[in-house]
Write a protein of this length. Structure first.
Length: 176
């Protein structure tokens, strides 16, 4: 450690100061080795004509691009579907509109999703894919509607009310 001696005379009379003060200056901390940022990996460059659609759930918003004549590749925020949604249930939820219409490996999809949590994001992507499939083929509407993929789940977090601890929770009440 490096020590610096600083002499300071107190301007206040009777402040109790001895007249000289020793201050220790801390050494700058050694920096930990910085990890190199992993490069964003795109499985394939998807270009060409696409069908845009928007899906929302809670606070999540997904902008979906459905490319016709694809190979079943799904890229979410420049990452593969299995990397972005590691949970099998979320992957299944995202791909379920393709399974319902029997078009598993016929389209490529790119998605830009922001906001919310992982489950809300997965459901917003599912709604966006279902809407894009209906734009591609109007005959899919009845199948997707019956499966519930075209219904926007309007439930959101309820706002906090004054006089309450949260949206509905009241403060503790004592009778006596």
């Amino acid at each position: 450690m490096v020590e610096k001696k600083v002499t300071a005379k107190s301007s206040k009379v009777g402040s109790g100061s001895a007249g000289k003060t020793t201050v220790k200056a801390a050494e700058p901390k050694s920096k930990a080795p910085v990890k190199a940022k992993e490069a964003k990996i795109k499985a394939i460059e998807i270009t060409g004509k696409y069908l845009p659609a928007l899906g929302r759930r809670k606070e999540a918003t997904a902008q979906v691009r459905l490319f016709v004549n694809g190979s079943g590749q799904v890229i979410v925020n420049d990452k593969d579907l299995k990397v972005y949604f590691p949970s099998g249930l979320q992957q299944q939820s995202v791909l379920s509109p393709f399974a319902a219409t029997g078009t598993e490996n016929q389209f490529d999809v790119t998605v830009r999703v922001v906001g919310g949590g992982m489950h809300g994001q997965a459901d917003s992507v599912r709604l966006g894919i279902a809407r894009a499939l209906v734009k591609h083929n109007e005959d899919f509407r009845t199948t997707l509607r019956q499966a519930g993929f075209l219904t926007r789940d309007a439930r959101k977090k309820e706002r906090k009310k004054y006089g309450k601890k949260s949206a509905r929770r009241s403060p503790q009440w004592a009778k006596r």
